[in-house]
Design a protein around this ligand. Structure first.
Ligand SMILES: NC(=O)c1ccc[n+]([C@@H]2O[C@H](COP(=O)([O-])OP(=O)(O)OC[C@H]3O[C@@H](n4cnc5c(N)ncnc54)[C@H](OP(=O)(O)O)[C@@H]3O)[C@@H](O)[C@H]2O)c1
Length: 258
């Protein structure tokens, strides 16, 4: 385990840390990258869309950042990213996608693509980085899961399953990397205002009732980025194999007699 950091402000700083953020070209991943840079980190950002990825890169505070364009559904592009990245102190796996498909219309191709991006890509990227010893002792790995695993939204069976898999994975991974002083945790967001959510609504998903059910209302990317920053900082040095829900209170059962 890394050395105890006593000064309370230093424990929350990301100064001197290099952090890889996937999905940095949009939404939650983009904001995680911006927040980490503001807290002093050097970033390695990745995504598929070069124009949007470059826009994130140009908005990062500080210097020494790296940009690596990669489609994480392609194993050779995962390998390329691993080769390009300098030694890391943290990884935020935010890349992922969702698509509303009723269970009766679900097929092998849909399952393959959902699990490829949401489950296999973060696992294989982490595995490759560990094999090449690119994650320093004291490092922190976070996987963005989803409260879809808790509330089971309509037409989201493959998405919920692909995100639920991250929970089982992180419990086991956390055991395996603890001896190297590395931590692994999931963060499960509720409904956060991003292009992904706009896309689901645009494709016919009616989520207004879920937004209304969220006691604190809709989340913003900053709400997840601030949580991610805590999990990437030394302040969370004793937290691993955890599954942390950030959802404005959506998944906590409400008092029906109130
Ligand atoms: N928004 C929500 O309400 C919500 C709730 C719970 C969980 N989440 C999770 O949070 C994460 C971020 O979602 P978001 O809402 O920020 O969505 P978003 O705005 O659509 O961003 C998704 C990001 O993932 C990247 N990505 C997707 N598939 C990829 C692949 N195969 N290879 C490389 N990059 C890939 C996209 O890259 P390009 O754009 O460059 O293609 C983009 O940067 C996802 O894992 C999502 O499941 C979101």
């Amino acid at each position: 385990m890394q050395e105890m950091v006593h000064a309370s402000v230093d424990a929350f700083s990301l100064q001197g840390k290099r952090i890889l953020v996937t999905g940095a070209s949009s939404g939650i991943g983009r904001q995680i990258a911006l927040t980490c840079a503001e807290l002093g980190a050097e970033l390695v950002i990745t995504g598929r869309d070069h124009v949007r990825l470059r826009a994130t890169f140009d908005s990062l505070t500080g210097t020494g950042h790296q940009l690596v364009q990669a489609d994480l559904d392609q194993q050779e592009e995962i390998e390329h990213l691993i080769a390009e990245a300098n030694t890391l102190n943290g990884i935020a796996h935010a890349a992922g996608f969702s698509k509303l498909v009723p269970f009766r219309l679900m097929n092998r191709a849909h399952l393959d693509s959902m699990f490829s991006s949401n489950t296999f890509a973060p696992m294989l990227l982490t595995r490759g980085l560990l094999a090449k010893k690119k994650i320093a002792s004291g490092g922190s790995i976070i996987f963005i899961a989803s409260v879809a695993s808790h509330i089971g939204p309509m037409a989201s069976t493959a998405y919920a399953a692909s995100k639920s898999a991250l929970l089982g994975m992180v419990r086991s991974l956390g055991q395996e990397v603890a001896k190297q002083g590395i931590r692994a945790n999931c963060i499960a967001p509720g409904y956060v205002r991003t292009p992904l959510l706009d896309g689901l609504q645009g494709s016919g998903g009616n989520m207004d009732n879920l937004f209304e059910l969220t006691p604190l209302g809709m989340g913003e990317p900053e709400d997840i980025a601030n949580t991610a920053a805590f999990f990437l900082a030394d302040a969370s040095r004793w937290i691993t194999r955890n599954y942390f829900v950030v959802d404005g209170g959506l998944t906590i059962p409400m008092d029906i007699y109130a």
